[in-house]
Design a protein around this ligand. Sequence first.
Ligand code: PEP
Ligand code: MN
Length: 274
Amino acid sequence: MRPLRRQGQEINMTDNITNNLINKEHITIIAGPCAIESWEQLDKTAKIVSSLGLSYLRGGAYKPRTSPYSFQGLEEKGLEFLKKVGEKYGLKTVTEVTDTINADIVAEYVDVLQIGTRNMSNFALLKKVGEIAFEKKKAVILKRGWASSIKEWLLASEYLSLKGYVEVILCERGIRTFDTNTRFTLDLAAVPVIRKLSKLPIIIDPSHAMGQSDLVTPMSRAAIAAGADGLIVETHNDPANALCDGQQSLNPREMSELLKQIKGLASVIGKKVR
Ligand code: PEP
Ligand code: MN
């Protein structure tokens, strides 16, 4: 039995990793729409992601929406589209698991399981996703709860490895503060703090933190400068008509510009972008 992941324990990031979502040579950029809306929308967006030379496509099929009247996602149909589009363009796929009930189904379709901010403290879900990820060798992205401390976040990550080693990637996506100019406050201090406390990789989600597309690129640059291992960025073929989070989604031109800037930074720190 492999040793369990424990805070502060020395873990070689490349040991026992099956998905290898994060490695030391690359800045990994996961891009795609907030929600999978249709085959056409996902296909067009995936084509853009692939033409930019990226390797990971995101897209929500089960959407945890604040309002019950908002678009809730295409559920299993969306997962089918994600799998097929991923295969078509040779992209690995990332989607959120919102409930223990759909966890097994989601894992059948995608490479990487995401736990959203609203579920960071859903311990039954963390245990279930940890078991599935261990058995099916899936990587798990664990977003920080928007009102959770770094310690609570790290302890939540340990639930995922109770059964055995799982590739866990932390994702800072903004926390609630008193300021209302941005959707959340991106806590980039989490990057060096996590580096001190843990061996887990950390990526940044500037889209949900900022909530406005024109603020995504500056904070993406800052995230990489702070030492983040990667980004997860919402991008859409037609943000003005998106069913979810269009206001914070980059259009193809903005995504291409973001990538250009991140590549420039990456070369300075001796990394490649994928
Ligand atoms: C998402 O990435 O689609 C999402 C809902 O993010 P968060 O859980 O950070 O709000
Ligand atoms: Mn979103």
